[in-house]
Design a protein around this ligand. Structure first.
Ligand code: NAI
Length: 330
């Protein structure tokens, strides 16, 4: 099936082509992000493959539908970037990757937590410059601390299991509690109580209307003073400007983020030779107790391999008129 693959980086091309070897779909790799301006590049493609920062709103879907696109396959679990309602109205099926190594994200969240708490990135920069001073690098033991997990699904539960291994006390908040979290010794409590008692809060719930800015100024006023916030889920869960204020006052003791509200205009590209006009991200990276990575938590050989295989399988199933097991929920 003719498929336009947007936001295709070198690794996308290599690994998707590899997954496609037996299936033999005709893949048109495009480095551009999908937008109303670039939708024309998918002309003649029945399927369009996108990533998290592509624009897949009603207008873009309308253009794609007029050009003959019948399937949108997102190479991600989250699908908040796709207007599911518009797709349904236009008769475009949308598939995602429901299952790929949740360990990749959970392990990265732990890595970010250690990096920000123990100042690992700062220390590495220092030693490269011959500075072996320890001043400013002091962290705290995670052992014995309380870790709050918001969203105890696949990734949240694995994160919690790893933190249990560190000897942390686990508290969780989820709309749909699961026995798996409790089996780790985790205790479900209300979100306000979780914020108030946790030394570390890690976000693992999806971005929905009800979770947008779940960490806002009011929530940050409730956190235990000095709390470290980790977000590997979606940028929109945190009101970033409120987080900057909380960092300034010391209410937030550290912030480790792999996702950022305004990441669409920044992430997945090299902007090192340009003037970055986003003052919030520039302020964020200026804090010594903040670490920002560019949406790379999923980026392991295992996860990417699975993402590409599932995407090719979904395109194949669609071409054969089979049931789409990875269709996004109605
Ligand atoms: P999942 O669906 O297994 O777990 C999500 C959990 O959030 C569920 O237990 C659900 O009940 C809970 N939840 C739903 N609404 C909630 C609410 N209002 N309040 C609290 N909890 C709520 O999803 P999974 O695989 O664990 O992924 C979690 C998130 O991680 C995804 O939604 C995605 O945004 C993010 N993600 C980030 C990646 C990265 O590279 N940074 C890669 C993959 C996923």
């Amino acid at each position: 099936m003719k498929t336009a693959v947007y936001s295709a980086r070198r690794y996308d091309k290599t690994m998707l082509a590899q997954a496609n070897e037996a299936a033999g779909h005709e893949l048109r790799f495009l480095e551009d992000r999908l937008s109303r301006e670039t939708a024309i590049l998918a002309k003649g493609c029945e399927a369009v493959c996108v990533f998290v920062n592509d624009t897949v709103d009603a207008e873009v879907l309308g253009i794609l539908a007029n050009q003959g696109t019948r399937l949108v396959a997102t190479r991600s679990t989250g699908y908040n970037h796709v207007d599911a309602h518009a797709a349904r109205e236009l008769g475009i099926a949308v598939v995602r990757v429901t299952d790929y190594s949740p360990n990749s994200v959970a392990e990265f969240a732990v890595g970010l937590l250690l990096a920000v708490n123990r100042k690992i990135a700062r220390a590495s920069v220092r030693t490269r410059e011959g500075n072996f001073d320890l001043d400013g690098l002091m962290g705290f033991d995670l052992h014995g601390k309380t870790v709050g997990v918001i969203g105890t699904g696949k990734i949240g539960t694995i994160f919690a299991r790893i933190m249990a291994g560190f000897g942390c006390t686990l508290v969780g908040y989820d709309r749909y509690p699961t026995p798996a979290f409790e089996a780790l010794g985790g205790r479900y409590i209300g979100v306000d109580e979780l914020l108030a008692c946790s030394d570390v809060v890690s976000l693992h719930c999806p971005l929905l209307e009800e979770t947008h800015h779940i960490v806002n100024a009011a929530a940050l006023a409730r956190v235990k003073r000095g709390c470290v916030l980790v977000n590997t889920s979606r940028g929109g869960l945190v009101d970033t400007e409120a987080a900057v204020q909380a960092l300034k006052t010391g209410q937030l003791g550290g912030l480790a983020i792999d996702v950022y509200e305004q990441e669409a205009s920044l992430f997945f590209q090299d902007l090192s030779s340009t003037i970055i006009t986003d003052d919030v991200i520039q302020r964020l990276v200026s804090f010594p107790n903040v670490i920002v990575t560019g949406h790379q938590a999923f980026f392991t050989v295992e996860a990417i391999g699975q993402i590409m295989r599932t995407t090719i399988d979904s395109i194949g199933a669609f071409a054969r008129g089979e049931e789409l097991v990875n269709r996004i929920p109605d």
